[in-house]
Write a protein that binds this ligand. Structure first.
Ligand code: NAP
Ligand code: 3JN
Length: 338
């Protein structure tokens, strides 16, 4: 079987770790796997297919002979090293926001716009969208195709793992401290996250929205290839470890009933309908964590407008929101283009 040399940049992080796991789980045809991180990780080893592989320092020479680079080392690091990797002939699938809105760089969710992967030829880079955008468009694309979505109002309830390994530790330490009657240490977020909700993800922009909110607005239009969809978002950090939840309200051009949405989504790729309120069945973060599916439930008509639908959408932010989406892109890349 043909194999491909793969590099994971940011291998020691929350996303990078999951990428390594998913490459193994999905039996991606990896020849040599190169694990890259900062100087802080020198001496560390990570497991892959029963072997311990050393972590190397990411450098300009890391990509010789590497065909695919899965990147999540942070925006400024990707900005410098993704073009260098591409110059060396390595196709980069980048998880940071730096390239997402560059017109000639494809922004891809395989269930929605797999055809855009062909545009990797432009710059040798494919951008992976923001986690909150990915799960939303996976759930909405089939409805957009059937009834054309005019407007989306979304509020998110985002897990701390979206901020990386330091934030996972912070929620854990703060929770323990508070339950033991001690003062929690606040380092990662602007306020305490344990037993709290923070209506700020990423920095505030001049329009009063956060950068995370505007990522959802802009990325949705690009992935759906429809600049006319109106999107407004409120993004909130909640004290959950894994899986983002979203309350999504849509207004469609054509009337679509809740039953029609349920049956459309029942056969949609990457979606699992979990929707039986009579037995208290609806998507939960604790059920989505570790799963590849985007769970959709609480599907109901918005009775305040003629053509509206409400739903609750939950997905593992580190898997489908980042690592799994990137590996799925790599799978299509090798099947169709390499
Ligand atoms: P994390 O747990 O903090 O891990 C950061 C990773 O980047 C670590 O492997 C770290 O290595 C590495 N790194 C940091 N500075 C570096 C440098 N100068 N050179 C090489 N490697 C460096 O963060 P994470 O949650 O994995 O997220 C990482 C990035 O992925 C984020 O900044 C974001 O851009 C992106 N992300 C995207 C999504 C999405 O929605 N698609 C979700 C989460 C994250 P050390 O261990 O050596 O420090
Ligand atoms: O906060 C979350 O739940 C998702 C975070 C994503 C993230 C974190 C730091 C930097 C991003 C991203 O993917 O948009 C970035 C970034 O690259 O801008």
């Amino acid at each position: 079987m043909k194999t491909y040399n793969v590099a994971v940049a940011g291998a020691t992080g929350a996303v990078g770790n999951e990428m390594i796991k998913i490459l193994e789980e999905r039996r991606f045809p990896v020849g040599k796997l190169t694990l890259l991180a900062s100087e802080r990780s020198v001496g560390k080893k990570l497991a892959f297919r029963g072997e311990l592989l050393p972590v190397e320092v990411l450098s300009e020479s890391s990509f010789q002979g590497v065909q695919i680079g899965l990147f999540s080392p942070g925006g400024s690091v990707s900005e410098k090293f993704a073009p260098l990797a591409a110059q060396a002939g390595c196709i980069v699938i980048d998880n940071t926001s730096v390239f997402r809105m560059v017109p000639e760089i494809p922004l891809v969710v395989p269930e929605v716009n797999a055809e855009a992967i062909a545009l990797y030829k432009n710059r040798g880079i494919i951008a992976n969208p923001n986690c909150s955008t990915i799960q939303m468009v996976v759930a909405l694309k089939p409805i957009h195709d059937a009834a054309r979505i005019k407007r989306i109002v979304v509020s998110t309830y985002q897990a701390v793992s979206g901020t990386g390994k330091k934030a996972i530790e912070e929620l854990s330490l703060q929770t323990r401290a508070l339950l033991n009657g001690q003062d929690p240490v606040i380092k990662v977020y602007p306020h305490r996250i344990a037993f709290n909700c923070l209506p700020q993800i990423d920095v505030f922009l001049d329009n009063g929205y956060t950068k995370e909110e505007m990522k959802m607005v802009n990325e949705t239009k690009k992935i759906m290839n429809d600049p006319t969809i109106a999107v407004t978002a409120t993004t909130v950090r909640v004290p959950v470890f894994y899986a983002h939840s979203e309350s999504i309200n849509i207004e469609t051009e054509k009337k679509i009933t809740a039953d029609e949405v349920r049956s459309l989504l029942a056969s949609a790729p990457g979606v699992r309908v979990v929707d039986n309120p009579r037995v208290k069945l609806y998507p939960l973060a604790i059920d989505a964590a570790g799963s590849d599916d985007t769970l959709v439930g609480r599907i109901r008509e918005d009775e305040s407008i003629p053509n509206g639908i409400n739903m609750w959408v939950v997905s593992d932010n580190i898997r489908k929101g980042a690592a799994l989406n990137a590996v799925q892109i790599a799978e299509i890349l090798i099947q169709k283009y390499l």
